[in-house]
Design a protein around this ligand. Sequence first.
Ligand SMILES: [Zn+2]
Length: 197
Amino acid sequence: MSTPTTPNQLAALNVLPDGPIAQKQPSEPFYAVWQLLESVTDPEIPVVNLREMGILRAVRQTASGLEVVITPTYSGCPAMSQMHDDVVNALAKAGMAARVLTQIAPAWSTDWMTAQGREKLRSYGIAPPHASRCGESNANVIQFASKNRASSAHLAVLCPQCGSQNTTETSHFGSTACKALYRCLDCLEPFDYFKPY
Ligand SMILES: [Zn+2]
């Protein structure tokens, strides 16, 4: 693992990315740490890891040692202390120590979820969120919605079981505050929709 130590390198690492974080390559800084953290999953959605969820934002070297930055999906998320402990424990098992910094600004956005994370949500039976912001991040919405649909204010939430657009919200709060409860009017299955933020 290469460890940047010059002031310039440290400053560059303090700029947090605004968007999804791709899986790290062996040539990138702190690769070993990122690899270990691939095994740390969202306590509420165990098929998706923290990087894919967009919760894991940075691994960096500070004057007091290694630091891992995580951003909760919403303020007061009850799973946050669990994620903190899971990160510390995953690193401790490999003989590494890191401070875990919980950063709430800029606020987490569903746009920070990776494409693979969204696909895993769908496979798990949770409809992934539509992009919450305008612009290029809408590309993954348009691919499964018609042009007319895409231009309308309300995009259909697709059923993760059968792909139908014929769905309806039955409760704005599902199993957690992050999700709304939907029901498919074609296959009649209820499902969670991860709401955009
Ligand atoms: Zn369905």
